[in-house]
Write a protein that binds this ligand. Structure first.
Ligand code: FES
Length: 113
């Protein structure tokens, strides 16, 4: 079996102020309902992605999906995207942060350390 995907929810200042704690909890709740053992996807917190002006930020690794301005209304689509076989990204939430910010995040997440 392949490694589970990781969904990181920012817990930096701006994202927290806009409610990322609730986004984390609701994402986790909905994903655990589909995958109680977290075999295919896990939800984790992340200190700050550096794209604070686009809070709330959520990433999906290793799929390299950087979602911004995420609200609770977006959660079902994100869950569907990471759990369905065709797994199309939620495009309207992508491409909001500067490309170099996104690239730096992938470099960090791809790093084994
Ligand atoms: S506070 Fe979330 S990206 Fe910085």
């Amino acid at each position: 079996m392949s490694e589970p995907k990781l969904i990181y929810v920012c817990e930096g200042g701006d994202c927290t102020e806009r409610g990322s704690g609730d986004i984390h909890d609701k994402l986790k709740e909905q994903l655990l309902a589909k995958d109680p053992e977290e075999e295919t996807v896990r939800v984790r917190r992340y200190p700050c992605f550096g794209g604070c002006e686009c809070a709330i930020n959520v990433t999906v690794w290793p799929d390299r999906r950087f979602y911004s301005e995420v609200t609770e209304a977006d959660i079902p689509e994100i869950v569907e995207s990471v759990t369905s076989d065709d797994g199309k990204p939620v495009e309207r939430l992508q491409g909001k942060v500067m490309p170099d910010v996104e690239e730096m995040v992938w470099t960090l997440l791809d790093s084994p350390y």
